[in-house]
Ligand binder design. Structure first.
Ligand SMILES: *Cc1c(COP(=O)(O)O)cnc(C)c1O
Length: 473
């Protein structure tokens, strides 16, 4: 069969809409002989029965393996360039105490970008020295708490923060290590990067202000300059943007070296993952090798030592480890008119499959048109694949979870469907829209599942409503 004219160009008609394309699914997700998808040995139906739907399922071994692989890839590449690499897990992708512990056990540091994320990392027992704090508008309380806790790095995002952090360090009798977030003018997304002199965005300071910032930081004995920081974007597939950005940063880094030590360079996160069969991110070892080689080459050209390198991956560690399970509730065939070959309107069917969650548990499609994939999780089927759109249950027509994929045409109410690659920026961006509680997060490992963040209940939602008799003040 040919693909539906309603399908995007990248989405071919599959021979079999039951298969799980490897790059999109966690390593522990397999079709069992029963036809069900099992996650680390736990069948989808068992997960739905025990924990309900919608449900975030995180494959612990997969997340740990990706963390370790990234750590090793950068350690190896850095070693060949005569330096070391430090990997921070970007907690904003998904953070819970349990996940912070996995990352710590795999040798990663943790990045927090708010007091709340910092609180989770501290509650997880992460060594404060291995926590970084970000944010373009950290409150005085957040700065104070971070300094008091002894975090290993605070990333300065504006001039006013220099004195704020120095004051907190003086209060707590500490020397606070800091980085300066600069804007390299390189902004990358997926296959392309855009390189400009200046970028119209809220993060960081101009690269040509780096020396001024370094001098101001060095004027405070309570501050220690670690180096520059830059994050060029997210869901990036190649290394070119990183290499270009690093080259620009190293010019400034070399200037800073004239005024004192600059031990590190932090190139941020943003390594891409596959959400659909159209995505082909560069494998991490290759990415690590080319980024580090670009840095080493530039350092040689500038005649400076290769600094300790820091990276902050989030999505590439936790994204593919997660999937969301939903139950199908209603289905409708919607007629869509498209221009036919001779210009006349032709009606085509788009099958809207509505599930029991939506933009409250995954806002990325509504927020920036992100594409996802879907499979029936509770069974296989020989029915001809049909183009579907997975819609949520919210009161917004933009409440779409999967814009386009093929499912067996006999998909029906009661089927469980799984949307892969939802480990990053789904739970962390979730909301209570329509007073829908956030789903539970369960970790699966070796045939066992356990809740790592419980489901939000109506009682949770009502308990914050001050007029409710049982409200918690
Ligand atoms: C979001 C962010 C990251 C993580 O990005 P991923 O795409 O999840 O790897 C790292 N560093 C900074 C400063 C960020 O804002």
């Amino acid at each position: 069969m040919t693909s539906s004219p309603l399908a995007p160009a990248w989405l071919g008609h599959p021979a079999d809409a039951n298969v799980l394309p490897a790059p999109i699914w966690s390593r522990g997700a397999v079709r069992e002989a029963s036809g069900e998808i099992a996650f680390a040995g736990v069948p989808a139906s068992a997960l739905a029965r025990e924990f309900g739907t919608p449900l975030y399922v995180v494959d612990e071994a997969d997340a740990r393996t990706r963390a370790r692989d990234i750590r090793d890839a950068f350690a190896d590449a850095a070693g060949r360039a005569g330096t070391t690499a430090k990997i921070y897990y970007a907690g904003k992708a998904f953070l819970s105490i349990e996940v912070a512990r996995w990352m710590t056990e795999e040798g990663l540091a943790v990045d927090a970008c708010s007091g709340g994320e910092l609180a989770v990392a501290l509650a997880a027992g992460v060594d404060p020295d291995r926590i970084g704090l970000h944010g373009n508008n950290k409150s005085l309380a957040e700065i104070d708490r971070a300094v008091a806790a002894g975090v290993g790095a605070i990333v300065i995002d504006s001039a006013i923060e220099i004195e704020r952090i120095a004051a907190a360090a003086a209060r707590h009798g500490r020397v606070q290590p800091v980085r300066v977030r600069v804007n390299s003018g390189v902004h990358a997304h997926t296959h392309d990067f855009l390189a400009t002199a200046h970028e119209d965005q809220k993060f960081g300071v101009r690269l040509d202000q780096a020396e001024e910032f370094a001098a101001a930081i060095r004027s405070y004995p309570e501050l220690r300059l670690l180096g520059l920081h830059c994050h060029i974007g997210s869901q990036i597939f190649g290394s070119d943007g990183f290499a270009e950005s690093a080259a620009r940063l190293l010019e400034a880094h070399a200037l800073l070296l004239r005024g004192g030590e600059v031990p590190e360079l932090n190139l941020g996160g943003g390594f891409g993952i596959a959400y659909t069969v159209a995505d082909d991110p560069t494998p991490v070892p290759e990415l690590a090798e080319s980024i580090v080689a670009a840095v080493a080459g530039e350092c040689a050209r500038l005649g400076i030592p290769v600094p300790t390198l820091a990276f902050e991956p989030g999505r590439s560690i936790i994204g593919t480890a997660g999937a969301t399970l939903y139950e199908v509730g209603t289905i409708k065939d919607v007629l869509v008119s498209v221009p036919g070959e001779s210009g006349e309107a032709v009606d085509l069917v788009r099958k809207y499959v509505s599930v029991d969650g939506g933009m409250s548990d995954n806002v990325r499609p509504a927020l920036y048109g992100a594409d996802y994939s879907v499979r029936i999780a509770s069974r296989t089927s020989d029915a001809d694949p049909a183009l579907v759109r997975i819609a949520g249950k919210h009161c917004e027509s933009g409440d779409i979870v999967v814009y386009a994929d093929y499912l067996p045409g006999d998909v029906e109410p009661g089927d469980l469907v799984a949307v892969p690659a939802t480990g990053a920026y789904c739970w962390s961006l979730s909301s209570n829209y329509n007073h829908v509680g956030r789903p539970a997060v369960v970790a699966v490992r070796d045939g066992h599942a356990r809740v790592i963040v419980r489901r939000e209940t109506e009682a949770d939602l009502l308990s914050r409503d001050a007029a409710y008799p049982g409200a918690q003040p």
